[in-house]
Design a protein around this ligand. Sequence first.
Ligand SMILES: [Zn+2]
Length: 125
Amino acid sequence: MSALLPLESRHTTGVIRDYRWEKVNIIGFYNDTRVILDKIDHNFSCEVHDFLCCDNNHLFDIDIYYNEIVLALTQAANFNIPKVPKNAMKHYWSITLDELKGYSLSRYRIWVAAGEPKQGISLMI
Ligand SMILES: [Zn+2]
């Protein structure tokens, strides 16, 4: 476990945050997942193959392994996926509305840069 990177975006304020998967850095996420998972190293030496193993040490190893995988995926997500407070998300908002808002803002900036004309081509854009 000590080979893993520390959690950087852990929030201690109690604010529940949601991942914005539509804004994921997918290449970074895949790369960080690979790098972090590669640091997990376990050598299980269980000789039980034909029935369930009940050795508590082996069961504990599996729990540790599971938690390391979850932590690795969480770290990769925290490094590459923006998060916002859950109450900041509007239930009616969508990716399409994000695109339209961005388009509207860019056209507004063009209009302002043109001196906020009351007529002319910058109003037609
Ligand atoms: Zn076992």
